[in-house]
Every structure is written in structure tokens, then in C-alpha cells.
Design a protein. Structure first.
Ligand code: PHE
Length: 454
């Protein structure tokens, strides 16, 4: 039923911030950010990335949130409510579809992470990077084990979402955030106090020329900012729809962007010093987390303990993001099709689990997997389509819609409704109408061309 009056809302302002930051902080910060930093030459990427987060990420997050709060609907319903009798709802539908695609492979990686908690406890990690590569390839190319972990991960996600906005999402992020914070601090302290940590700190913090050129760096930075901030697919429309008019969106978005960026930086501080101190390579790409780090842990004192802590952290971070992906799709079924929350979450979870299975099997021996071929798996292709095409496209269309159709003024008024706290200034209109669409379109098109040419 599209009945806005019975919609749940966050039980406190902190509820939204923790849920939204929980969505933002995930595999993107701990798995993806360090490896794109690594393959783009380190600190120079970090600097450009930070600029993009401020210039593109923050205004985009505010814009999606105000669309959600103003309409009090899921992404499809939100566009229908703000632009009745038009085709703009398709942008919302694109978001729902994107959430579906991302969750299908996100859950596979979340499952690897859960499995690695147990591998670490079981003492499977050794100090030889080659052996750890084989361990990982062996793990992912098994037909059954990763699929079962993918099921477990999806089951946890469904269980939380079935609980509802306050009793499911808010309750769990409130418990899981302190756990994440503590684990990450322990790991950062361990990493930066290793002998020889300086080289890793320099790589991460002292800029040198981009290692793959400026074009690649810009494309990767935009894609990373959308993915890590959960932008371009309606997470913030959906979470924003549970906000009340008293909540200050510009202030809350500063907190969410700050937490996400802070955790990405801590992720780098946790990974690079250890990787360099113990003599490993930083540019291992997708495999950095699962192939390089286990070897790094095995080499350091109490490594078994720290390895276990690391993979628990990664799993928890992934879970608080996965629930937001499922919430977008669930809210759509509840609002638009009138399904109950429990039924929506369960049915969607089952379907997304099935759709994710080929991503998991894509590493099977029948694919003739070698390390190089990891860049060509189905999972990689989904990751590319989602982050380099679907999220930027969703963001681009949302910005055009908000700036030109709904109008920047309506968006700004909605954002500035709350009495106290930050207010959006005159900069917002021009940024929304010109900077966002041009920057996103340019980099997205460039990225697509480059992908097919190279
Ligand atoms: N932001 C999440 C991460 O960094 C991933 C995500 C993308 C979640 C899009 C929701 C929507 O891991």
C-alpha cells in the first residue's frame, strides 16, 4: 500500500546517521579503497578522491536524502510522487535494479569474508604469499563452500531487514558500529607500530605521479566515491524517507561522509603499513584483501588473532551495507506492491541469492581460473557495470531531475527545513545543476569508452 502515514521513522537522529554510515562503510572502504589506492599509485589518488567526495559525493548524498524525505517513498514511488505522469520513475527503477545486482555479488564477497574468519581461527594462514593466493583460488573455485557462505550472509541480511526500520536496521547498526570502531582501532595500532611501517605510510600519504595515468585515476575516483558512499541507487532516498522534518539533513550528511571517509583512511592506515613492513606488494588489486593480507597476518606477532579480528570487521562492515541494499528493494515491494515486510525480504533474499550463485561459480576450475583471469570473472564484470555505469548513471539522472525538473530550489528548501544546524548555501544550486551532471557524465562516458577500447 502506498500509504505514507503508517511509514516507520528512525527512532532518533543518530539512528539515521548510524544506518546511513553503516551502509556507506563496507567492503568499499576496507576491500576496494585500499586496492584502488594501490593500483593508482597511492597518495595522489587519495587526494583527488577527497576532492571528489566533497565536490560530488556530499551534494549528491544531500540531494538523494531530500528526495526521500520530501516524498516519503521508495525510489520508484519517490520519483512518481515528485513528478507525477512522467517517466522519471524509471530512474528509481534503475536504482532498485542496481541494488539487486550489487547485492547479488556483494553477498558472495561477504560470504568469502565470513569463511575467512573461520579459516583464520582454524590456522589456515601462512606467510607465503603464493600459498595464500592458492588458498584463495582454492576457496573461491570450490563449487559448494562459497555458495553456502553466500547463503549464510544473505540469511543474516534478510533476518535484519525483516525486523523493520527501527527494530531491525537501527537496532543492529547501533550494536555493530561500536564493534567495528573497536576492531579497526586495534588493527590500525597494530599495523602502524610494526617495524618498517613508515614505507607504507609514505605510500599512502605522500603523493607521487599516478601510476596508471590521470584518466584512469579520475575514473576510479568517481566510481569509488559512488560505491563507497552508497550513492546513485536510492539508498539515501530510501533511508531519507524514514527521516522526520525536524532532522537536519545537511548536518547528518556531513557526519555520514565524515565517518565513511575516516574509515577509508583508517582502512588504508591498517593495510599499507603492514603490507610494506612485511615486504608484500601494494598493487595486488582485488586480491589484496584475501590473498596478500592473510600472508601479512601470518608474518606478524599474534597474526592469527589479528587476522580473525580483521575478517570479523570486514564481515560486519559488509553486513551493515548489505542490509541497505536489501532495504531499497524491499521498500519498493512494500510501497508499490503492498507486500508485507517479512515476505518481501524473504522472497527477495532468496531470488538475489540465486542470482548471485553464478558470480560465485565464476571462479570455478571450469573457467580455467588463473590469477590474471580474476580480472575477467563474472563478479568483476558486475562490479564494473554497477560502479562505472549504473551508479554514475543513476546519480547523473537524479542530479538532473533534482536540479532541473523538481528544481534546485525545492531541493534546497527541503534540505533547510530543520531549524538548527547546518544550512545549504547558495553554492548548492549551481553545483547541483551544473557541476554534478557535467562531472559525472564526463567521467562516466570516458570510463565506458576506455573500458571497451583498452
Ligand atoms: N557503500 C558500500 C560499501 O562501501 C557498498 C554499497 C553500494 C552499499 C551501493 C549500498 C549501495 O561497501
Amino acid at each position: 500500500m502506498a500509504d505514507g502515514s503508517r511509514r516507520e521513522s528512525w527512532a532518533s537522529r543518530l539512528g539515521f546517521i548510524l544506518a546511513a554510515a553503516g551502509s556507506a562503510v563496507g567492503l568499499g572502504n576496507i576491500w576496494r579503497f585500499p586496492y584502488v589506492v594501490g593500483t593508482n599509485g597511492g597518495a595522489i589518488f587519495v587526494i583527488i578522491y577527497l576532492i571528489i567526495v566533497v565536490l560530488v559525493g556530499y551534494p549528491m548524498m544531500v540531494t538523494e536524502s531530500v528526495i526521500g524525505r520530501s516524498s516519503k517513498r521508495n525510489p520508484v514511488g519517490a520519483f512518481k510522487a515528485l513528478a507525477p505522469n512522467s517517466l522519471w520513475w524509471i530512474v528509481g527503477a534503475l536504482g532498485v535494479l542496481t541494488g539487486f545486482v550489487i547485492l547479488s555479488y556483494y553477498s558472495v564477497v561477504g560470504g568469502w569474508s565470513l569463511a575467512y574468519v573461520f579459516r583464520s581461527i582454524g590456522g589456515d594462514f601462512g606467510s607465503d604469499a603464493g600459498e595464500m593466493t592458492n588458498l584463495f583460488l582454492g576457496h573461491v573455485s570450490d563449487a559448494w563452500v562459497p555458495v553456502i557462505w553466500h547463503l549464510v550472509f544473505m540469511g543474516l541480511t534478510v533476518a535484519i531487514i525483516a525486523g523493520g526500520v527501527v527494530k531491525g536496521i537501527q537496532r543492529w547498526v547501533t550494536v555493530l558500529w561500536p564493534v567495528m570502531g573497536l576492531l579497526i582501532l586495534v588493527l590500525v595500532i597494530r599495523s602502524v607500530t610494526l617495524e618498517g611501517a613508515g614505507a607504507g605510510l609514505a605510500f599512502f600519504l605522500a603523493p607521487e605521479a599516478p601510476s596508471q595515468g590521470w584518466g584512469r585515476l579520475l575514473i576510479d575516483a568517481i566510481a569509488q566515491s559512488f560505491f563507497t558512499l552508497s550513492l546513485g541507487m536510492g539508498v539515501f532516498i530510501t533511508y531519507g524517507s524514514y527521516l522526520s522534518d525536524r532532522d537536519n539533513i545537511p548536518s547528518s550528511a556531513v557526519a555520514v561522509v565524515g565517518l565513511d571517509t575516516g574509515i577509508a583512511i583508517l582502512g588504508g592506515l591498517m593495510i599499507f603499513p603492514a603490507v610494506f613492513a612485511l615486504g608484500f606488494e601494494a598493487d595486488a588489486g582485488v586480491g589484496l584483501t584475501f590473498m596478500t593480507l592473510p600472508a601479512v597476518f601470518a608474518t606478524m606477532p599474534l597474526g592469527g588473532l589479528f587476522g580473525t579480528i580483521f575478517f570479523i570487521l570486514l564481515s560486519v562492515a559488509a553486513l551493515t551495507s548489505a542490509i541497505s541494499l536489501l532495504e531499497v528493494v524491499t521498500a519498493w515491494l512494500i510501497d508499490e506492491k503492498g507486500w508485507s515486510r517479512g515476505k518481501s525480504a524473504a522472497v527477495l533474499g532468496a531470488v538475489i541469492f540465486l542470482v548471485g550463485i553464478p558470480s560465485s561459480l565464476g571462479f570455478g576450475p571450469w573457467e580455467g581460473v588463473s590469477i590474471g583471469a580474476i580480472g575477467d570473472t563474472l563478479l568483476d564484470n558486475y562490479d564494473w557495470v554497477a560502479n562505472s555505469v549504473l551508479l554514475p548513471l543513476g546519480g547523473l539522472l537524479t542530479a538532473i531531475f533534482a536540479g532541473w525538473i523538481w528544481t534546485a530550489k525545492s531541493a534546497q528548501d527541503e534540505a533547510n527545513k530543520a531549524g538548527q544546524g547546518l544550512r545549504l548555501g547558495g553554492w548548492y544550486g549551481p553545483v547541483l545543476k551544473f557541476v554534478l551532471p557535467l562531472a559525472i557524465a564526463f567521467v562516466m562516458i570516458w570510463g565506458i569508452i576506455e573500458h571497451f577500447v583498452s
